[in-house]
Each structure stands twice: as C-alpha cells, then as structure tokens.
Design a protein around this ligand. Structure first.
Ligand code: GLN
Length: 478
C-alpha cells in the first residue's frame, strides 16, 4: 500500500488497530517528500527527525494497548505562521531570523494530543500577504498539478503539501481567502471555519479580526476530522467562541434533500467561463440530490475587496509594529535606536509587506481615519447585513472559490491589483465572520482543478460540510 495516497481517517484507523505503524506511514510520506520536494518547495522546514521520534512514541502507545487518539500517526504539515515551541517559525519573512517560539499554538497542541505527527513547516506569502506564495522570502512554491503554475496563496505550501502527497492533512490560515483559494488551485478541500470557532493563540497575527486557522485535506471527511480536532473554546484567545468542538462528521451522510442553496444573482463578475461552468454544474448536482436552488441578493458583496484592503492593512500595520529588531531574530545595527528600527524593517520586510504597512498606516492616520478606515468598517456592517438577508432565504450559498484556475508563476507578481482580485469571492465571508470552504469539483482550462465555494452563516459549519460532502459525492466530472 502506498500510504501517501491514503486518507487521514484510514491511516488513523490502521494505526490505532495495529494493522500498520505510524513509523511506516511516516516513512512513505518522507520518501515522497524526498522525491518531489526539491521541485515543489512546499516546506520551509522538514521535521524528519522530530517526526520519526513522534511516530515511535505513537507506535509504543499502541503496543501498550493505549489509544493515541483520532489522528493516530497521521502526518500533518503546518503553515509556517503557526508557532511551534523551539522550532523556527518564520512567516516566510527575513525579519524573524532564526526566532523559535517559546510556546505552541493551541491548534498544534490539540493536533499533537490527538496523535498527529508533524512533518514540516510550510511556505507562505510573507506574513500571509498574497495569493500565489510568490511573496515568500524563501522563493515560490510550485503547484503539484502543474509545476509551471502557482499553488495559490497565501497558504500555498500547505495546499501543495497535501496535493503532492507529502501529508494527508495540513493547516493554513485564511484572512481573505488564503485557505480556500490555494485549495481550489491545487484541487484539495480547504476550510475557513466560523470566526472564533478555532483558537488563534499562536497564529502570528495579520488581520486579527479576520484571521482564522483551518485545514486542507484530500477529502471532506478528513477536513471534518481535522476541524473537529482543532475547534472548541480556548480561554487563552479572547475571540474564541464558548462552544464545544464542532460536530461535523456525524452529518456528512445526511444528503441535501430539502436544503435551500442560494445563487447570488448580483455576484461580482470576473469568473472565467470554465470556472462558471463548474459552478453551474454544482448547482445542477445539488438540485438533482434534492436541494432547492433559490435566488438571493448580496448587494454589498462587491464592495468586500475594497473594504478588506483598508481593514486588513490597517490591522497589519499595527500587528507588525512588534517586529522592531529588538524582540525577534533579525536586527540591522545602526547609530541610534530609531535608525536601527528603520534599517531592520527596511531590510527585513519584503515589498508587499511594506506596501500593506504603508496602506494601513495611511488609512489609520489622523484626518483620513473617518474617510478610509471608518467607512470600510461601515461597509463591513453592510456586508454582514446583506449576508444575513440572504441566509434568511437560503441555508448555504455557492460561488466560485477562485475566479480562475491556477495561473503561471510570474503572471501577476508585478501587478498587485490583479493579485488582489483573486480574492473577490472569498473576502466577504472573512468580513462577516461566516464560514466558507472550497471543494474540488472537476477541472477547467488546461485540465486544472476548479474549486466550488460553499458559504454558510456563522456556526452553521456543519451544514456547509453536508453540502460539501454531497458535491464530493458527485465527483465533479470535468
Ligand atoms: N490574498 C489576500 C491578501 O493578500 C488574503 C490573504 C490571506 O487570507 N491571508 O491579503
């Protein structure tokens, strides 16, 4: 059996029952990494030794008659903006140097406690700012489906790791689409849960009111297992919802009979015809499965992108102030403290991060605050209100996850606005705090994967998963 093509659910079952060992599962994944990582560059760091030690511990537990947990022996890749104690966490930025966090992110602790084996830290656009993983200080990641193309971003390394068979599960973060868009481009499942459903403790902040951690997987069931494991209240994150872990896997086979699936009639245009055709096919598949397709309007949807590019940079400009050459790894020495700050930040941050800091600082500055940041917050309210109106008529909404299939490396890297437009369909649910996920649904131009996005109201993650499971069941064809 080639374990690199096995699901997390199957691996955990086999390890728990002793029919395979965590060490053997790990070996086949490390062999796959050994063979293909030089070309893909999904990882900033492969944790082969640590993973071997951990796999040995899992196997010892099983040999002792103990249960290592629901993710027993499952290899997992972690986006390199998630803190791992004693292990460098770079955000794919020079400015963190060789800094290693003194603590683990809550999601890391929860996965480890469930028996997961961490295989590495994955590449991203610097500080999660981008849609192609080309903004990494360590070079781009390539799309395993076509290595001349981007994997999407910012969690491109995590999406590529799963698509390449380096790990059946990975975690990413999604501030404006950074899980769903790379999932769509690499042909994996990718989930942004309800804001507050997953603890952000130990996720290096980009836009704190937008950031959520979520899984990548090859199946909807695996994504559900991962999200059940990492969700649930964390008193150490003040924005964590006081709720038990999400209950998702128990609803996956319920079908969609009687569910109302909304088609947004005033959705911003821009989706390419091949992507639009897959979206239409998804509506047809759900109608055939017994869902009722209803027309809804979300008039403020199209203002999401503009509002996001004021709110996210504003929050980023504040969050990134802590990288000053004093508290973290990288420092450029200079004559006095102010010059040291300036030299460190000038050298340590890449162009896109500097652009966001400048945009955000401007949007928050005296005299412009009401005109930019204040207005963007009002638009955010309108988007939430419009979604609420749509969800009064529909249980879920369907949109493209990305306007196009994966584009060529270099295609958009000199045009920030073209890059920003990748997130037209994903950003609004970050602004409203609602969940969204991308499910592979066939292929488009060039035989490349297309993702359909399922959106649901806050805390209706389970309904969203039901619809995703139905779409997966239909397979998508092409
Ligand atoms: N591509 C968007 C941006 O550059 C979203 C990034 C994200 O979700 N982290 O801001």
């Amino acid at each position: 059996m080639d374990d690199t093509m096995t699901t997390a659910v199957a691996i955990a079952d086999a390890v728990r029952s002793g029919t395979t060992s965590a060490a053997a599962v790990l070996d086949s994944h490390l062999a796959r990494i050994e063979a293909d990582e030089a070309e893909i560059h999904a990882f900033n760091l492969v944790l082969a030794d640590e993973a071997r030690t951990r796999a040995g511990e899992i196997d010892a537990l099983v040999a002792n008659g103990e249960d290592p947990g629901p993710l027993a022996g499952v290899p997992v890749a972690l986006k390199d903006n998630l803190c791992t104690r004693g292990i460098p966490t770079t955000c794919s930025s020079k400015i963190l140097g060789d800094w290693a966090p003194p603590y683990d992110a809550t999601v890391v602790t929860r996965l480890r406690d469930a028996g997961a084996v961490f295989v590495g830290k994955t590449n991203l656009d610097e500080f999660a700012m981008g849609s192609s993983t080309e903004n990494s200080a360590f070079g781009p990641t390539r799309n395993p489906r076509d290595t001349s193309r981007v994997p999407g971003g910012s969690s491109g390394g995590s999406a590529a790791a799963v698509a390449a068979g380096f790990a059946p599960l990975s975690l990413g973060s999604d501030t404006g689409g950074s899980i769903r868009q790379p999932a769509a481009l690499c042909g994996t499942v990718g989930v942004k849960p309800t804001y507050g459903a997953v603890s952000r403790l130990g996720l290096i902040a980009f836009g704190s009111s937008l950031d959520q951690i979520g899984p990548f997987a090859t199946t909807v069931d695996d994504a559900a297992l991962a999200l059940e494991t990492i969700s649930g209240h964390d008193p150490a994150d003040s924005t964590s919802i006081e709720q038990p872990p999400l209950d998702l896997r128990s609803v996956l086979d319920r079908g969609v009979d009687g569910l109302r699936v909304g088609r947004i009639t005033d959705l911003p245009t821009g989706a390419s015809p091949d992507v639009q055709a897959r979206l239409d096919a998804a509506f047809d598949a759900l109608a055939e499965a017994g869902a009722e397709i209803v027309d809804v309007e979300v008039p403020a949807f199209g203002y999401g992108l503009t509002a996001y590019y004021l709110i996210a940079p504003a929050e980023a400009s504040s969050n990134l102030a802590r990288f000053d050459g004093v508290r973290f790894g990288h420092r450029v020495n200079a004559a006095d403290t102010n010059q040291m700050y300036m030299a460190t930040r000038t050298d340590g941050f890449g162009a896109e991060v500097k652009r966001r800091i400048m945009l955000g600082t401007y949007a928050l500055s005296a005299g412009y605050y009401d005109a930019y940041y204040g207005r963007a917050q009002k638009v955010r309210r309108l988007i939430a209100r419009d979604f609420a109106g749509a969800y009064a008529k529909a249980d879920v909404l369907l949109t493209p996850a990305s306007p196009t299939v994966a584009f060529e490396i270099g295609d958009k890297s000199s045009d920030p606005l073209a890059m920003y437009l990748c997130d037209t369909y994903t950003i609004p649910s970050n602004l409203s705090g609602d969940p969204g996920m991308s499910v592979p649904f066939g292929t488009g131009d060039g035989g490349l994967p297309v993702g359909v996005q399922v959106l649901a109201p806050a805390l209706a993650d389970a309904t969203m998963f039901r619809v995703a499971a139905e779409l997966e069941h239909h397979g998508g064809g092409s």
